[in-house]
Ligand binder design. Sequence first.
Ligand code: MN3
Length: 384
Amino acid sequence: MKKRVAILGSTGSIGTQALEVIRENPDHFEVEVLTACNNINLLSKQVKEFNPNTVVIANESRYNELIDQLEDLPVKVYAGNDAIAQIVEMDTIDVVLTAMVGYSGLLPTIKAIKSGKTIALANKETLVVAGEIIQKLAFHHKVSIYPVDSEHSAIFQCLVGEGQNVIEKIYLTASGGPFRGKDLEFLKTATKENALKHPNWDMGAKITIDSATMMNKGLEAIEARWLFGLTPTQIEVVVHPQSIIHSAVQFEDGSIKAQMGLPDMKLPILYALGFPNRVKTEFPRFSFWDYPELNFEKPDLTNFRNLALAFEAMDKCGNMPCILNAANEIAVEAFLNDKIGFCEMTQIIEQSMQKINYIKHPELDDLINTDKETREFSKTLIKK
Ligand code: MN3
């Protein structure tokens, strides 16, 4: 039986790599639904190759153009975020890959869980913003969430076969990004061109900037907390510049299991889509002889304060991670648009965390309001 996949965010970095995985494994997977935000040219190319049943463009103003490009094809075409949320309920979907960027992934993921779909989660912001709500919903609807993020896939792989064995702690590895080892003087004048050059991973713009500021690792710590039911003190970040060990789990007997491999997102994507089976691939193999040294360092929380702020938000819990995430999305966008400098991103996040009302036990509506309020406030901090 082929697994029928819905890809939310098919034109982004994870979406396009997921389609490569599906193209290489036509006996295992087929595409049922594709959705994208704006990129109708790539989306219609994907429709022509993969023949999905349904396609949705989030930006409604591009609907007519998309219809024109697809007019002779037997595919249903819809537009708007509400359509994306509805489409995940389709009976013919086996697994929903959530690969949209940022907060926009939250509501469709909730809809997919409520309709009982297996989730391959590539959108970490969903768990950062509403991890507790998502986990309760998944439990209630008996839905499995398989991580696509490489570190979380590593931890998940280490846990296979461990049954009820207790996790003592996890080691979340970080490459350190393009600015590892740099001081504050350098960071103050760091440019977006340099920030966008990640040494190991090929990813979208938002996550690449998050890697440069180390916010990505902070978001991943919060993501790991909810995925694996951990407390913040059980999560340790280890800088490992070669990105070969993708993360590790330490058990109560002191034993550590780690998952290794060359850094390629197609591996964790394939593992999440194929679980519990491993699918044979022709991907290049890791060789120990190419890596005579693997290095490990403590993260620099002074110059990369975003990571410290994320741990602070995780400790406070409630709506604080939602505030952190919304302020970060606004800050990253402003940095990418040359409106603020590299270090100002931290200031915007920190001030938002101080200013926005803290709610200890937020409902989903509280989080939706917090997100909106934080975005409005953090925009007022951007001068140009
Ligand atoms: Mn990651």
